[in-house]
Write a protein that binds this ligand. Structure first.
Ligand SMILES: [Zn+2]
Length: 72
């Protein structure tokens, strides 16, 4: 009787381990994309300007205020 109860207890599913050499390039790529996003939100057309005009600034203006970057 006790053995039939122990057999019905669900066993944890093993979590697959992803080797470091497989996920590290993707982590670096994602980090670079995030740094680029932070640049465009925080500095583009503020302290520096890579793209002419005010389109980028207006597009990320609310995010700029939300994250506390100086604006106006
Ligand atoms: Zn502003």
């Amino acid at each position: 009787m006790a053995q039939s109860i122990a057999d019905s207890v669900p066993q944890p599913v093993p979590i697959p381990v992803i080797p470091l050499r497989e996920w590290m390039p993707w982590a670096l790529f994602g980090g670079l994309l995030l740094l680029l996003l932070i640049y465009f939100v925080g500095a583009e057309q503020g302290a520096t300007s890579l793209i002419h005009g005010r389109m980028v600034h207006e597009f990320v203006h609310d995010g700029r205020h939300l994250l506390g970057f100086p604006c106006h």
